[in-house]
Design a protein around this ligand. Structure first.
Ligand code: SF4
Length: 472
């Protein structure tokens, strides 16, 4: 078994070589124990020439110590690189061309020289587009008749960097091409402006390093600039706020008129035996600031309604999370948020939670456009209410299609908090305040996590397509 391993630089090569040596049997049946590993250098994407030479020489030094006699195609190729990318000067199109250029040379060299497989240290970098690299590698493997050995080396990225530092290898400051060098300069200006305005950036904050390993540091900068408003801080909204702040969201507004009671402790993150009787919003604010002291947290101990809507400046948010119980206020929030979403100047993305009470199975919590939801009584009421109001928009709902579980026994009427929409006097509402519904944290927290995940994944997606978070 012979593996040709493309190396983009010394530090990433260091992360991968250790890992390849440590492997015994691979999932795809390739046995690494008998693998003859040959390192390969081909990176015409690195500019200017002095930078190219620094990185090439660091690679040669690493190879000499760990994997002698690498194969090197020594080509500094500014002009040919610019010709290859043509008009695709912006990421991600530019990077796709760049990956293909290097991996195609590797695959062709592997096929021509009797290698069984090829792979790349680009798979070690959290700053690269990992899935794109994998896809291109697999496409080339099919074309050249050699295996693409896919591995996710990213968890070893920091270790590789530490090893490279210990070896005294050159450490690069930008991805490679002239464009990335220019972008790094532009980002430095943005970051220093942000630092002046907001203090230390999350990209440098150890609190969020683990997330940066899978999203890249640039996404953390976007998270820090993102504003989320969460309405309803019960068993769903409180966990959503917790997850977003633990992910480096820079600005968060939390809204709930209620105070904490004993029956909240089973499912609301801010409810403990020490916080009974305190404001849900203010108590959660204190917790969020303990987690991320630089986060801008605004807390409102107020009811959201059409009349109070102006107090929350919804149009300034990137995302609105609806975890409101009252059906009327829920419909108001949906209408107002979707109107802000349609506004040219604002542009807000709404994610809305449906009913999570009377459910026990978190694996039944799912997402769909509101008109496609099925099996959730509250979603049905929301659809009916929106139709009555002449609402024709759409938004993503988080709902459970699990059959409702019957309540066992009765609870004191004072414990009226329910984690589903209840609306006094609504004739078709199965969740009346006269009936207190049971609920489980395993379901409500799952819904809160999914809401937070919708925000995070939307920011990552928009980053990849260069759209501003939440807008448009
Ligand atoms: S940013 Fe990096 S991956 Fe993208 S084109 Fe430039 S060198 Fe290649």
């Amino acid at each position: 078994m012979k593996l040709l391993f493309h190396c983009c630089c010394g530090p990433c090569a260091a992360a991968c070589v250790e890992s390849l040596r440590a492997e015994s049997i691979h999932a795809d049946g390739i046995h690494a124990e008998s693998m003859a590993l040959k390192l390969f250098w081909y990176n015409p994407n690195i500019h200017p020439c002095t930078e190219y030479q620094n990185r090439r020489d660091a690679f040669i030094r690493f190879a000499a110590a760990h994997c002698p006699e690498p194969e090197i195609i020594d080509k500094y190729g500014l002009r040919s690189f610019l010709q290859d990318i043509g008009r695709a000067t912006e990421a991600p199109e530019r990077c796709e061309v760049c990956y293909r250029l290097r991996l195609e040379q590797t695959a062709a060299h592997a096929a021509k020289n009797g290698f069984d497989a090829f792979s790349t240290s680009l798979l070690a970098s959290p700053y690269q587009r990992h899935d794109t690299i994998r896809r291109i590698g697999e496409e080339l493997a099919a074309g050249y008749g050699v295996v693409f050995l896919y591995r996710d080396f990213r968890p070893l990225f920091r270790q590789g960097q530490a090893q490279a530092r210990a070896l005294g290898l050159y450490m690069q400051k930008y991805c490679g091409c002239v464009f990335s060098e220019e972008e790094r300069y532009a980002q430095r200006q943005d970051v220093s402006l942000d630092k002046k305005q907001h203090g230390e950036s999350p990209a440098f904050n150890p609190l969020f390093q683990r997330l940066a390993l899978i999203t890249g540091a640039e996404v953390l900068e976007k998270l820090a600039r993102t504003k989320v408003l969460i309405f309803g801080l019960g068993g769903v909204g409180s966990w959503c706020a917790e997850a977003l702040v633990r992910s480096g969201i820079g600005k968060i507004g939390i809204v709930d008129f209620d105070t904490i009671c004993a029956s909240n402790v089973n499912r609301q993150v801010q409810a403990t035996s020490r916080t009974l009787g305190l404001s849900k919003a203010e108590t959660l604010k204190a917790r969020l600031l303990e987690i991320h002291p630089n986060c801008e947290v605004s807390a409102w101990g107020k009811v959201f309604s059409r009349e109070s809507a102006a107090d929350f400046s919804i149009e300034t948010a990137d995302y609105v999370i609806d975890a409101i119980d009252s059906l009327t206020h829920k419909l108001d929030l949906i209408e107002i948020s979707c109107a802000a979403s349609a506004s040219k100047d604002a542009g807000v993305t709404l994610f809305s939670s449906m009913g999570m009470a009377l459910k026990m199975d978190p694996t039944r919590v799912k997402t769909a456009g509101i008109w496609e939801t099925e099996g959730c009584p509250l979603a049905r009421l929301v659809r009916q209410g929106l139709r009555k109001r002449g609402f024709s928009g759409n938004f993503t709902a988080v709902y459970s299609d699990e059959d409702r579980i019957e309540c066992h026994g009765e609870i004191a009427a004072a414990d009226s908090d329910s984690d589903n929409a209840s609306d006094n006097g609504h004739e078709n509402n199965p969740y009346s305040n006269k009936v207190i519904n049971g609920s489980a944290v395993t379901v409500t927290a799952a819904a809160g996590m999914i809401l937070a995940s919708l925000v995070l994944r939307d920011i990552v997606k928009r980053h990849e397509t260069s759209l501003p978070a939440g807008k448009g």
